[in-house]
Each structure stands twice: as C-alpha cells, then as structure tokens.
Design a protein around this ligand. Structure first.
Ligand code: NDP
Ligand code: 2IT
Length: 449
C-alpha cells in the first residue's frame, strides 16, 4: 500500500476501483494523498462532508467522436475528451492535448493536477483538461484545420468564458487555437475571446503567453537556487523536449547566464557543448515542424545526436524535464545525482516518476514539482482572460513582470507551506498542501455540491 495516511486509504482504494486501469490518474492522486495526511491531522474539517472524495471525482467528463476527412478524401475517427474536474475557484481552465497516446486516464490526471496548479496561481480559475488521440505529425495544415473544426463542433456547447476555457498543450499551439476559435465563433455567432487562451495577438491573445510556461519554470528554479545562494550563472543545464515549454525554458536560462547543452524530442536527443543554438531549434521545430536530429545535420561540428537513449545521462547542474509524463525514472534520477545535479524543475506535467522524485529528495536536490514550476503558462492564460474581459492589451514587459511576480509568489507560498507543515524545502508537499487548502476552502464555502 502507498505511503498515505490510514484515513485516506479507503478513499484511495475507491479511486482505484472507480477508475480501473487509469495508471497516470492513480499516480497523480497518490502523490497528492501522500501530502494530505498532515493537513487533515491539523484541520480535520477538511476530511468531513466527503470533501476529499468529491475532490477526486471530476464534476463532468465528456467523451465524443471526432470524424474528419484527410487530403486524400479518406474519413478518420478520433476520440475527443474534456474532463471538467473542479470549478470551486473559477471556470474550468486547462489545455488541450493532441497526441496518439491520449486516453481518459491521461486527461483525468492532467485535469486533477491542473486543479491544484491553478489554485496555486491565486487566480480565479478551476481545473480541466481535454484533448484527442489525433496524431498531428505529418498532417497538412488543411487536415489539422478540418480536425480542429470537427473537434470544436462537438466541444463548443460545453465551453464559455464563464464555464470552461481551454488552451494549448502537447500538439496544440497558436495555429490550432486559431482554428478552434474560428470554429467556435462561427458556431455561436459570438466573438467571445475569453473562451480560449493562447490566441494570436490579432484575436485577443496575450503577449508573453507563448513564452510563459518556459519563462515561468525558469523563474521558479531560479528562486529555488536563490534559497541556497546560487543562480543559473555558469550552470550546465539539460532541458528535455523541443516544444513550446522547452524552447522558452532554454531562452530564459540563456538570459539568466546558464548554458543549455542538450534538448530532445521523442526520437532522440542532441548535445551541443557550446550551448544549444536556440534560433536553429526554433527554425526546426516551429517553422519546419521537423525532427531534432536535423540539428546536428544543419549545425555540424562539435554537436552529436543520440537516437533513443536517455538525455539524463548528460551530466548537468540543472535538469528541466519539459516533454511529457514519466520521462525521467528512478534510474535516470540516480545518474543525475551521481553526476552532481543541484536542481530539477518539472516543466512538463508529472515528468518524474515517484521513484525519481524520492531519489532527488533523499539526495537533497532542489526539486520543483510541475504543478508549481510550470504554472506560469496557465497564470498567463488567466492574464489573457483579464485582458479579454477589459478589452485591453498589455505590453510584453508588463505581462512578463506580472508573470515573474506570480512565479516568485508561488515559490514562496510552497516554501512557506512546507515549512509550516514541518518539511522545510519539500516543494512537493508545499505545492500539494497550498493548492489543496485553496480548493478545499472554496468547496467548503459552497456546501455539498
Ligand atoms: P509541444 O507539443 O510543444 O512539445 C512537446 C515536446 O515533448 C516535443 O518535443 C515532443 O517530441 C516531446 N514529447 C511529447 N510526447 C512525448 C512522448 N510521449 N515521449 C517523448 N517525447 C514526447 O508541447 P508543450 O511543450 O506545450 O508541452 C510539454 C509538456 O509541458 C507537457 O507535459 C505539457 O502538459 C506541459 N505543459 C505545457 C504547458 C503549455 O503552456 N504549453 C503549460 C504547462 C505544462 P515529438 O515532437 O517527438 O512528439
Ligand atoms: O498544463 C498546463 O498548465 C497547460 N497546458 C496550460 C493550460 C492553460 O489553460 O493555459
């Protein structure tokens, strides 16, 4: 049995029974439950009125058929999902993921995490997540557009600026949000900009939203390093992935004086000891939509590419897993520790397995959990909603300043909460408890709903 308080064991068993086979969801719930024993010991009222049971059951789960036609005229069927997990703090908020691995359990784990993450931002947003098992790889613009239109043709009835506000995630960026918003507007006859975030600037998007998750994650790790009198200056860093989060993490680390020497995609990783050439990565991933292996072909000397293999074998001071869930396991963590890693910040959602987290924490490595570290993306989405509500548009600097103070705030809240609950430096515990307390207080005030 997992390491959770005995009062929570029957609730956890019920979660396992009711969500059979959804291993990522079980993993996310277990991690939060490991932190909650200390809260209910101190504040037993949070264990009343089945509050924790309600917190583990999504308010609504939508699963739908998405038919679309490819360029050759062949019809395909995908499955669409939206899990509206918790609206105690505001409208459901969270991204859409298009990836062939998507299933209900993955969307549920992401929506569950999102609920606590969004609470940590201190902004008025509930938790949700959605997506599809559609694989955008190799699809033309026209195919992606038709898929997005079909997806929205079902989803639109469940959305609204006061109801549910999606954004991007893996496989969903500015292009897809544009197609989704265009279809929403057409179906509803409303220019309701606040219904989606991550929009283009011409549709009411926010400056700095594209950069926000990566920048925010870097701010968070910078704050952790500062508690030990350290900074990014001169540090060797490894950032996995080469998508939205990874690219803007690399950009901010470079600005902070660090050197990112490796990044990856699902086929392999690339090492460039002189520092990853970010403009080249942007060209490969954002413009050509090609593979990261292109990097060595285009850059040549002094760089190398490793197909498959683990990027975590590359020695570094700071590691920022920014690709996907469970991409860094206990063995990888042991190698990173052996190589002297000082800090690990989760840019992705749940990229480190529970074993890996234990290895880092036992070794005294600064460890920033995803629900705190990567909260800058959704926080800036909430800033986009504010701008849409006031029909305003802020400058890049103003928006980035808000982002940086939100991230410092999240860091300090997690650190203070960990300390208050007798586990100084444990950001996992701090994030789980601080997020939980905000959601629990709002749910309690609503009564049993
Ligand atoms: P992108 O689609 O822009 O990039 C994803 C990157 O991760 C790609 O390099 C991709 O490689 C790699 N990747 C995806 N799935 C896998 C897999 N199953 N195995 C190995 N590599 C994989 O997504 P984002 O950068 O937006 O998202 C990355 C992570 O950050 C996700 O966990 C997401 O939930 C999280 N996140 C995103 C936020 C955002 O605002 N976008 C906010 C907070 C968290 P390939 O191209 O080969 O598939
Ligand atoms: O995981 C996440 O926080 C996101 N994909 C961003 C969600 C959002 O609504 O901006």
């Amino acid at each position: 049995m997992p390491n959770i308080d005995e009062k929570l064991v029957p609730i956890f068993e019920e979660v396992l029974r009711r969500n059979a086979g959804e291993s990522e969801f079980h993993q996310a719930v277990e991690e939060v439950f490991e932190s909650l024993g200390r809260v209910i010991a101190k504040k037993p009222e949070y264990a009343e009125s089945a509050l924790i049971e309600r917190l583990c059951e999504p308010e609504r789960q939508i699963i739908f058929r998405v038919p679309w036609t490819d360029d050759a005229g062949q019809v395909h069927i995908n499955r669409g999902f939206r899990v509206q997990f918790n609206s105690a703090l505001g409208p459901y908020k969270g991204g859409l993921r298009f990836h062939p691995s998507v299933n209900l359990g993955i969307i549920k784990f992401l929506a569950f995490e999102q609920t606590f993450k969004n609470a940590l931002t201190g902004m008025p947003i509930g938790g949700g997540k959605g997506g599809s098992d559609f694989n955008p790889r190799g699809r033309s613009n026209a195919e992606v557009m038709r898929f997005c239109q079909s997806f929205m043709t079902e989803l639109y009835r469940h959305l609204g600026e006061y109801t549910d506000v999606p954004a991007g995630d893996i496989g969903v960026g500015g292009r897809e949000i544009g197609y989704l918003f265009g279809q929403f507007k057409r179906l509803t006859n409303r220019y309701e900009a606040g219904v989606l975030t991550g929009k283009g600037l011409m549709h009411g998007g926010s400056r700095a939203r594209t950069e926000a998750t990566g920048y925010g994650a870097t701010y968070f790790v910078d704050s952790m390093l500062a508690t030990k009198g350290m900074s990014f200056e001169g540090k060797r860093c490894v950032v996995s992935g080469a998508g939205n989060v990874a690219i803007y993490t690399i950009e901010k680390i470079r600005e902070f004086g660090g050197r990112v020497i490796a990044c990856s995609d699902s086929n392999g990783y690339v090492v460039d000891e002189s520092g990853i050439d970010l403009e080249l990565v942007k060209e490969i991933k954002e413009v050509r939509r090609a593979r990261i292996s292109e990097y060595t072909r285009l850059k040549g000397g002094g760089t190398y590419y490793v197909a498959q293999g683990s990027i975590w074998a590359v020695p570094c001071d700071v590691a920022m897993p920014s690709a996907t869930q469970n991409e860094l396991n206990g063995k990888d963590a042991a190698i990173l520790v052996k190589n002297g890693v000082l800090a690990v910040g989760e840019g992705a959602n749940m990229p480190c397995t529970p074993d890996a987290v234990r290895v880092f924490q036992r070794a005294g490595v600064l460890f920033g959990p995803g629900k705190a570290t990567n909260a800058g993306g959704v926080a800036t989405s909430a800033l986009e909603m504010q701008q849409n509500a006031s029909r305003d548009s802020w400058s890049f600097d103003q928006t980035e300043q808000r982002l940086s103070s939100i991230m410092r705030n999240i860091h300090d809240t997690c650190a203070a909460t960990a300390e208050e609950y007798g586990a100084p430096g444990d950001y996992v515990l701090g994030a789980n408890i601080a997020g939980f307390e905000r959601v629990a207080a709002a749910m309690t005030a609503f009564g049993v709903v």
